[in-house]
Design a binder for this molecule. Structure first.
Ligand code: AHR
Length: 525
C-alpha cells in the first residue's frame, strides 16, 4: 500500500495519540459529602438485607435442596456450598414458599414421608410437577441450621382460614394440641420460631385479583385466626399484609384506613426492568449497551419515589411509625437466559446488578424509620440472585458481593449524609452519578458505602466528617472492566471484592476516589 506523505503523517499522528485516547483513564468527577456523627438517625434494620425463595425454577430444587441421596455435597439434603455462602452473606430472613406459588400451596401436601407426599402442578412457573419434597420441615430446619428468621407466606388466594390457622399451630404451638402433635408425629418435638407471616401475596394480582377493600376484609378475617401460641415477645408473630404494586397509592390508603394497626408491615413490590416493558422484551441480563445500563439504574431509582410516597400516606394514618413498609420483592427482571425455560426466570447478574443492589439498599437506609424489611428476589437461580448453580457448580454473583460488602450496615445506626454530586447523563436524561450512605455499628465503627453509577468516569468524593474520632480508613471495592462483566461457571471470580486503597483520612476530611462503575465500602478506624 502506498500512502501519500500527507496521509502518512495523519496515520502517524493518529497512532501516536491512540494510547491517550483509547487507554487513558477519564479524570474523576468531583462530589462532596458531609456527615455529622453526633446526629444519628434510626437503626438500619438487618431485615432490610433479606431474601426470598420461591418454588420457582431451580431456586428451591437444585439451588437449595438436592436431597440426602445427592452426589452434590450436602447436609441433610441442603447444598453445602450454598450453606457456606449464605452464612457469609448474613441472611437475616428468608421468605417462602412464594410469591405467586404461595397462594396455590397447601402445606399438608408438604409434610410426612417424602415418597408419600402428593405432587401438584406449579401452574405459575413453567407448569412443572412439584413433588412437595421440600415442605414445612425442610424450610424451617434450613432456616434453623443457618440462624435465619423464617418468613412464611400464607395461602389466602386458594386456601382457607382453617388451613392457615392450623399451619400456624403446626409450626409454632408447644401445646398438646392436634397440630402440634401431628408435627411431633412427623419427627419434630419443639415448635419452630416463625417471627414473620405474610397474609397472602400480590392479592391484587396472582393472589386473587382482589380489590383493596375486599383484601382488607380478608386480611382481618385471616389475621383473627393467626394466633401467638407462645406467650410474650418471644412468640409474637409479625403480620405482613399484601401491599401495593408499585405506585398503587389507593391500595396503601385503603389498607392503612381499613386494617391499620392490625398489621405490622405492608408489603410493596417493585421490580426494575431495563425497558420498562412487561409484555415485550425486558432486555438481556448480559448483552446491553450504555443506554440500557443507564435506563436500568434510572428505573431502579424510582424506588425512592415509591418509598417516599407510600411512606407519606402511611405517616398520615400512623405518625408513630408502628407499621413498617416492607419492600417484599425488589430487584432486576430481565429476559431469561437464552435456551432456558421461560417460566424459570433464570438470569445472569453483572456489575450493573451490583450497582442496582447498592442503590436500593441506600434508599432503604435513608428511609430506615419506615422501611423495616426488604427482600431481594430471589436468593438462588431466579431473577436477581445472589447465587447461581449448575448441577455441582456454584458461583457468587456481583449482587452477592455488593450485599456481602454492605452487610456492615445491618443493625447499625444510620448517620445521615448530605451528598452533592454531579449528574451522570445519557442524552437528555440524567441521574446522580454518586450514591452514598453511612452508619455506626454496635462496636462503634463507622462505615460509608458508595456507588459510582457512571460506567466511564471515576469519582472523587470529599467527605467532611464531624463528630468522628477515626485516624485511618480501609475498605473494599467491587468493580469490573466492563458494564456487563459477570461471573460464569468457567470464570467464577471475574467480579469479586478487592482491598480498596483509594481512601485517605486527613483530620476531618476523608477523600475517596471511586473507580467508574463501582461499589465501595470504607471503614473508619
Ligand atoms: O418473584 C417472581 C414473582 O414476582 C413472584 O412470584 C410474584 O410475587 C411477583 O409477581
Amino acid at each position: 500500500m502506498n500512502l501519500s506523505p500527507l496521509r502518512l503523517a495523519a496515520v502517524t499522528l493518529a497512532l501516536s495519540l491512540a494510547p491517550l485516547t483509547l487507554f487513558a483513564a477519564e479524570a474523576p468527577i468531583a462530589a462532596s459529602l458531609t456527615l455529622d456523627a453526633s446526629r444519628p438517625g434510626p437503626v438500619i434494620s438487618r431485615h432490610i438485607y433479606g431474601h426470598f425463595s420461591e418454588h420457582l425454577g431451580r431456586c428451591i430444587y437444585e439451588g437449595i435442596w438436592v436431597g440426602e441421596g445427592s452426589s452434590i455435597p450436602n447436609t441433610k439434603g441442603y447444598r453445602n456450598d450454598v450453606i457456606a455462602a449464605l452464612r457469609t452473606l448474613k441472611v437475616p430472613q428468608l421468605r417462602w414458599p412464594g410469591g405467586c406459588f404461595a397462594d396455590e400451596y397447601h402445606w399438608r401436601d408438604g409434610i410426612g414421608p417424602r415418597e408419600k407426599r402428593p405432587a401438584m402442578i406449579n401452574t405459575h412457573w413453567g407448569g412443572v410437577v412439584e413433588n412437595n419434597h421440600f415442605g414445612t420441615h425442610e424450610f424451617l430446619d434450613f432456616c434453623e441450621l443457618l440462624g435465619i428468621a423464617p418468613y412464611v407466606c400464607l395461602n389466602v388466594g386458594s386456601g382457607t382460614v382453617q388451613e392457615a390457622m392450623e399451619w400456624v399451630e403446626y409450626m409454632t404451638s408447644d401445646a398438646q394440641s392436634p397440630m402440634a402433635n401431628l408435627r411431633r408425629a412427623h419427627g419434630r418435638d419443639k415448635p419452630w420460631k416463625v417471627p414473620f407471616l405474610a397474609i397472602g401475596n400480590e392479592s391484587w394480582g396472582c393472589g386473587g385479583n382482589m380489590s383493596p377493600a375486599f383484601y382488607a376484609d380478608n386480611y382481618k378475617r385471616y389475621n383473627t385466626f393467626v394466633k401467638n401460641y407462645v406467650p410474650g415477645a418471644e412468640g409474637r408473630i409479625s403480620r405482613i399484609a399484601c401491599g401495593p404494586n408499585e405506585g398503587n397509592y389507593e391500595w396503601t390508603e385503603v389498607l392503612m384506613k381499613n386494617v391499620g394497626n392490625r398489621m405490622n408491615g405492608l408489603a410493596l413490590h417493585y421490580y426494575t426492568l431495563p425497558t420498562g416493558n412487561w409484555r415485550g422484551s425486558k432486555g438481556s441480563s448480559t448483552e446491553f449497551a450504555e443506554d440500557l445500563w443507564f435506563a436500568t439504574l434510572s428505573r431502579t431509582l424510582k424506588m425512592e419515589e415509591l418509598v417516599t410516597k407510600h411512606s407519606a400516606i402511611m405517616d398520615q394514618h400512623d405518625p408513630q411509625k408502628r407499621i413498617g413498609l416492607v419492600v417484599d420483592e425488589w430487584g432486576t427482571w430481565y429476559d431469561v437466559e437464552p435456551g432456558t425455560n421461560r417460566g424459570f426466570l433464570y438470569q445472569q447478574s453483572t456489575m450493573r446488578d451490583a450497582i442496582v443492589a447498592a442503590l436500593n439498599l441506600h434508599i432503604f437506609h435513608a428511609h430506615a424509620d419506615r422501611v423495616t424489611m426488604a427482600n431481594i428476589a430471589q436468593i438462588v437461580n431466579v431473577l436477581q440472585s445472589v447465587i447461581l448453580t449448575d448441577k455441582e457448580k456454584m458461583l457468587l454473583t456481583p449482587t452477592y458481593h455488593a450485599m456481602e460488602m454492605m452487610n456492615v450496615h445491618q443493625d447499625a445506626t444510620s448517620l445521615p449524609v448530605t451528598l452533592t454530586t454531579p449528574d451522570y447523563a445519557v442524552g437528555a436524561n440524567k441521574i446522580p452519578a454518586v450514591s452514598a450512605s453511612a452508619s455506626r455499628d454496635k462496636a462503634g465503627k463507622i462505615h460509608l458505602s458508595f456507588a459510582d453509577c457512571d460506567p466511564n468516569k471515576p469519582a472523587t468524593v470529599t467527605c467532611k466528617l464531624a463528630g468522628v474520632a477515626a485516624k485511618s480508613a480501609t475498605g473494599r471495592v467491587l468493580t469490573a472492566p466492563a458494564m456487563n462483566t459477570h461471573n460464569t461457571f468457567a470464570a467464577p471470580n471475574a467480579v469479586q471484592p478487592a482491598p480498596f486503597s483509594g481512601a485517605t483520612l486527613a483530620g476531618d476530611t476523608l477523600t475517596v476516589t471511586l473507580p467508574s462503575k463501582s461499589v465501595v465500602v470504607v471503614e473508619l478506624n
